[in-house]
Design a protein around this ligand. Structure first.
Ligand code: FAD
Length: 463
């Protein structure tokens, strides 16, 4: 607190209203604590405003357009026309509905919302820069949920017109004719798939050797094939040296190449955001990557301060932030709560869609593996989406360790797999559970049967 400023007392002060912050605030209020939720920008954070929600709304619109163009295979001729400005308006409606929903839930739960930028003045006080000046908050416990900020390449600073970031890419009012995407992570891949389906010519430039390098290599292979089928091009082991006007100079293993672009999207990751947060006034510690160090209850090295979401170690995913927010609030309220989940699912909304939970084959080091290609799935055939597979990995006793999916409905299919891993399920549990026919989840059960050497819809030769 700064001398002379008015101050409010509260049990819990939450800084940042993204998935981590608003979940923590609501759960703490449900548990009878007084809560102030401080947000300097829009309620809902990255996920609701410039992340998960706008991207998935636009990806869905791109899917609808693409599917209508493919429908002739089923004897349906559809004449489609894209009005991208209207698509953007529709997306904005989705975003603002969800943002308002979060505001309403906070109000209904008795969470006090404060607009402004917060910074610590001690381990038990904050100052908030509001439009009316500085305001003090004295708290028993604080939760830092300040998320991340976009990484920038020194040689390609964003001008937000030609050289754009993911926020810009989600609010373009016209589909770029030529889109260059730098990056090989999930945001680069999702944006590339989306704009390919919206009609852009897309080239991905990536310094690595395969897209989504943390995923199973076979998934990267099927994804690359899918991207190419959509008309995309990927230059691996390549970097953009410079961009002058609308031409990029790209260094590739075959030499330098000049590529014309309308938009150059730099999607090379996000870094933890705690700039000017006054952490030096607290005992909070950072790791070597600038992430806030926490224990299983999300408590930092300062016993009155907790931290959650993208600003702490682990995958930068909204559902991880949701869970961590609830854990922090419950721990503050004196409940036995810890972030001890066995698996955090990850979904990439590319074409084909990708999802994974648990260990990869390399991490699990072999053991029992089963695989079911969607080309052998009745439902996949019926919906004309047969690319990809479900792969299951179990230990020598058959305990499920990991599931990796590329193909139709992967993002929904991973829920059953995550549940199974969390429950310590065996391959038999998946295989013996009756899955409705014809549905995509049958592929999960059949992959488990394959690992057990008894798949019906796959022929592996006589034993
Ligand atoms: P954030 O959502 O980043 O919220 C942090 C909030 O803190 C912000 O609102 C910020 O304004 C506020 N803040 C920061 N400093 C202060 C301060 N000093 N005072 C007051 N307020 C402050 N994740 C998924 O799980 N699924 C997806 O499909 C997905 N798609 C994505 C697509 C894109 C393009 C991007 C960029 C991200 C996507 N993510 C997705 C990631 C997801 O958005 C993040 O993991 C999630 O938003 C992290 O939540 P958080 O609460 O930690 O932080």
């Amino acid at each position: 607190m700064v001398v002379g400023e008015l101050s409010t007392k509260t049990d819990v002060a939450v800084i940042g209203s993204g998935p981590g912050g608003y979940n923590a605030a609501i759960r703490a209020a449900q548990l009878g604590l007084n809560v102030i939720l401080i947000e300097k920008n829009l309620i809902g954070g990255t996920c609701t405003n410039v992340g998960c929600i706008p991207s998935k709304a636009l990806i869905h619109a791109a899917d609808v357009l693409h599917a209508s163009k493919q429908a002739d295979k089923m004897g349906i001729e559809a004449k489609t026309k894209l009005d991208f400005k209207k698509t953007q308006q529709w997306k904005e409606g989705v975003v603002s509905d969800l943002r308002n929903g979060i505001k309403t839930l906070c109000k209904l739960n008795g969470v006090e919302m404060m607009k402004g930028r917060a910074f610590f003045t001690s381990s038990n006080s904050l100052s908030v820069e509001t439009e009316h000046g500085l305001s003090g908050v004295e708290f028993k416990k604080a939760i830092i949920a300040t998320g991340t900020t976009i990484s920038q390449l020194k040689n390609l600073p964003f001008d937000h017109k030609r050289i754009i970031d993911s926020d810009d890419a989600l609010s373009l009012t016209a589909v770029p004719k030529n889109l260059l995407v730098i990056g090989g992570g999930y945001i680069a891949v999702e944006m590339a798939s989306m704009y390919l389906k919206l009609g852009s010519k897309v080239t991905i430039i990536y310094r690595g050797e395969r897209l989504l390098r943390h995923m199973e290599p076979e998934i990267s292979d099927v994804l690359l094939k899918g991207m190419k089928e959509l008309g995309g091009e990927v230059l691996f082991n390549s970097t953009v040296e410079s961009a002058k006007g609308n031409t990029a100079t790209v260094k590739t293993p075959k030499g330098k190449q000049k590529i014309r672009f309308d938009k150059l999207l730099v999607a090379v990751g996000r870094v933890p955001y705690h700039e000017n947060l006054g952490l030096e006034k607290t005992k909070v510690k950072l790791d070597e990557n600038g992430l806030i160090v926490v224990d299983q209850t999300m408590r930092t090295a300062d016993e009155s301060i907790y931290a959650i979401g993208d600003v702490v170690p682990g995958p930068q995913l909204a559902h991880k932030a949701f869970r961590e927010g609830k854990v922090a609030a419950e721990a503050i309220a004196g409940q036995k709560s810890a972030f001890d989940n066995a698996a955090i699912p990850m979904v990439v909304f590319s074409d084909p869609e990708i999802a994974s939970a648990g260990l990869t084959e390399e991490q699990a080091k072999g053991y029992k593996i089963g695989k079911m290609p969607f080309s052998a799935s009745g439902k996949a055939k019926c919906i004309n989406k047969t690319k990809g597979f479900v792969k299951v990995i179990a230990d020598e006793k058959g305990v499920l360790l990991g599931v990796h999916i590329i193909g139709p409905g992967a993002g929904d299919l991973i829920a059953e797999a995550t549940f199974a891993i969390e429950m310590g399920a065996m391959l038999e549990d998946l295989a013996l559970t009756i899955h409705a026919h014809p549905t995509l989840p049958e592929a999960l059960a059949e992959a488990a049967e394959d690992a057990l050497g008894k798949a019906i819809h796959l022929y592996r030769g006589k034993k």
